[in-house]
Design a protein around this ligand. Structure first.
Ligand SMILES: Cc1cc2nc3c(=O)[nH]c(=O)nc-3n(C[C@H](O)[C@H](O)[C@H](O)COP(=O)(O)OP(=O)(O)OC[C@H]3O[C@@H](n4cnc5c(N)ncnc54)[C@H](O)[C@@H]3O)c2cc1C
Length: 461
């Protein structure tokens, strides 16, 4: 989502900020580019500065990436190529499963299932040995997930983040010009062109159910709106426990909804900057290739493990997982001339931390993150002109993300494929079209596409 008016002259990608999983079929079929969607591939794609003055920059340029990796360990050049081959294969397999009408994890062969059920650390360590390279690769297995790098199932999260082919390149991520809200705007424009009427800022308070126990409309602003079908993109706990009377549902199903794991560890900090971060390892405040990459801070898998362990002990990471992205070096349109926007995504700051959340804790978390970044880019603190902090409870209150979980619930074995919520709810004429259904989180359009296909099939049956 992009937001204007938070700070004068800026458009913020308030929550999500990069795109890969958006279904290319939707982009073409709905002609989203004619409706304003414009993007570029994020390249270079990953940058990690180190405190000893070295740094690692990965890009689509194979030779340049090989040189970067060889500067740490020559043996990892071939290992990295083999890793990319493996994750391309996994990513392609996942992508091919994302439109499945009846998703089943056993569509994958036994070896793939075993890999996906394993840990991101195990997967990466099979291929490369340089600590900073390992951390840069493992990072994708932890995004949004309240698990550590050695925990089972984080390899699935990693593969999920490499399943997209929005730009035509398997696993590549893109920046959407104008911010992530441009995806919603393009979809809205395409929908209107096909005759849809859209109403925003309307809180749905109830899903209406008729005498036969079938969904037949919604209640909004105290008014009943009748409909042949209802499709909900709200979190499954909102849909089934708040908007419906759970007594209308099967008890075992209600138990599944109540026990759905949806405790988020992610915190977002958005900064407006007067100048670009000046990294000690790659000096300069003029836009350079590393300013266009996702910037990671973890120097090793141990760093990430410690970040997780700190949170599990009841508080938050002393030194968090941090990934940041600067939109402005390639899209100056979203900030006043000469100014920059830095999106920071950090873990682990759990929703259910033992000592609770307060404004002081939000401010302290943001200050800690900035101080860690400043070890690598000392000009950062003084470059900050505006700051927005969204802790997990803010993600819940602003976006309806129950438990602050960015994906409407963990994307781990036990909550994926046949174990995620079915598109067809256990109530006729009600469909789930959000990330509580297969294939889960990220800006992808797949849950909506699958729901639309189910509605069309059911209405024409
Ligand atoms: C901080 C953060 C960073 C992220 N970064 C990325 C990223 O870089 N790239 C990426 O691909 N994904 C990212 N994600 C994940 C991505 O945003 C989600 O997976 C995606 O938006 C899911 O889309 P959805 O339609 O399923 O649900 P949502 O986007 O959660 O939409 C559900 C909508 O339903 C509305 N709603 C809920 N209840 C009601 C009600 N009662 N009445 C009316 N409306 C209601 C909510 O307000 C919300 O607008 C991020 C998420 C967060 C929070």
């Amino acid at each position: 989502m992009s937001e204007t008016g938070v700070w004068p002259g800026y458009t913020l990608s308030t929550a999500s900020y990069v795109c890969s999983l958006l279904d290319p079929w939707l982009v073409t079929t709905l002609d989203l580019c004619a409706h304003g969607l414009s993007y570029y591939r994020k390249d270079p794609y990953a940058f990690t500065p180190l405190l000893d003055g070295r740094s690692l920059l990965l890009s689509g340029d194979g030779d340049a990436t090989a040189r970067e990796i060889a500067a740490f360990d020559r043996r990892d050049v071939a290992g990295f190529e083999a890793y990319v081959e493996c994750t391309d294969r996994l990513g392609r397999a996942l992508f091919d499963s994302f439109s499945d009408e009846e998703p089943h994890f056993d569509r994958f062969d036994a070896q793939t299932q075993a890999l996906l059920r394993g840990s991101a650390a195990d997967l990466v360590e099979q291929y490369v040995r340089t600590p900073v390279l390992q951390a840069e690769l493992v990072n994708d297995g932890l995004i949004g997930t309240y698990r550590g790098p050695h925990d089972p199932g984080t390899a699935y999260v990693l593969a999920h983040h490499l399943a997209g082919r929005f730009t035509g390149v398997q696993g590549a991520w893109a920046y959407v010009r104008g911010g992530m809200g441009s995806v919603s705007q393009a979809l809205a424009s395409a929908a209107r062109a096909h005759g849809a009427q859209l109403f925003t800022d309307c809180l749905v308070t109830k899903i209406l159910v008729d005498d036969s126990g079938h969904a037949c409309g919604i209640e909004v602003k105290g008014r009943s709106v009748k409909a042949r079908v209802v499709a909900s993109t709200a979190h499954p706990q909102t849909t089934f426990l708040e908007l419906l009377d759970p007594s209308a549902l099967d008890a075992a199903f209600v138990t599944k909804v109540r026990e759905w794991r949806s405790t988020g560890p992610s915190l977002k900090v958005n900064l407006a900057l007067g100048e670009l971060p000046n990294f000690t390892s790659r000096p300069g405040t003029d836009a350079q290739p590393h300013h266009r990459a996702t910037i990671h801070i973890a120097s090793s898998i141990e760093y990430l493990q410690k970040a997780y362990d700190d949170a599990v002990e009841g508080g938050e990471s002393e030194e968090p997982l941090i990934e940041c992205f600067l939109q402005t070096p390639t899209d100056p349109s979203i900030a006043p001339p000469g100014k920059h926007v830095l999106s920071i995504f950090a873990q682990y700051f759990p929703y259910d931390r033992r000592d609770g959340w307060s404004q002081t804790k939000r401010d302290a978390a943001a200050e800690k993150i900035v101080a860690i970044l400043a070890r690598h880019a000392p000009n950062l603190p003084n470059a900050i002109e505006h700051r927005q902090v969204l802790a997990p409870p803010d993600l819940e209150s602003r976006f309806g993300l129950i438990g602050g979980h960015i994906f409407h619930g963990e994307l781990l074995p036990g909550q994926i494929y046949e174990d995620r919520f079915a598109t067809r709810a256990p109530l006729r004429h009600l469909y789930l079209c959000g990330s509580g259904s297969h294939p889960g989180g990220c800006v992808s359009g797949f849950p909506g596409k699958r729901a639309a296909a189910a509605v069309l099939r059911d209405l024409s049956a």
